[in-house]
Design a protein around this ligand. Sequence first.
Ligand SMILES: [Mg+2]
Length: 221
Amino acid sequence: MSDDPETARQIAELAADTRPLLVLDVDDVLLEFLRVFPNFLDQQGFELKLRTFKLTGNIIDKVTREEAPVAKVREMIDDFFGNQADWQPLTEGAADALASFGDAAEIVLLTAMPHKHRDARRLHLDALGLPYPLLTTEAPKGPAVRRLRGQTDRAVAFVDDIPHNLVSVRRAVPDAHVFHMMGDDEVRALLDPLEEGMHHVASWADAAPRIAEALGIPRGN
Ligand SMILES: [Mg+2]
């Protein structure tokens, strides 16, 4: 993302804020992904059988029972994100939880998806009542969060469902409060345990008070 001058400009602007910073992943934090992606796959003649926590190797042709080749997996993911408004509903409670923080925190959405899908995601998030700044990245998230914090030592909280993103942020911003959001215990069982100091949250009802406490912000109703 640092190679993209427009993204760099947006980060510089966001980093001038001095309020506590809340950085959120989008897929499976604000928009449903793992629960709904199988619906899309089904329409393409495939199914998802998660034996490990990744898509490649776990998407199976419903007829031949063979794994979808890497190129086909990429093509389907691309297609899904291109039409995400048709497939991805809001994660339950997400919009209300963020609204409850009011103006007490700066909220930034950091989504790991190709830049080309940014406009579709922007429109979809706006329609769902999530008008927060959106950054797309294909690079590790930690350095982006460090730059977003800016020159102050303001409190930082970060929420993601993918453990290596949590690790990346902790490496780059050691005092960040990092939350692993995952409501599906079967999927969670595929993951290694979280590092010490990382917190699991199962839902927004669970996450919102803990984020508010971590950032030292009051919550409205
Ligand atoms: Mg995600």
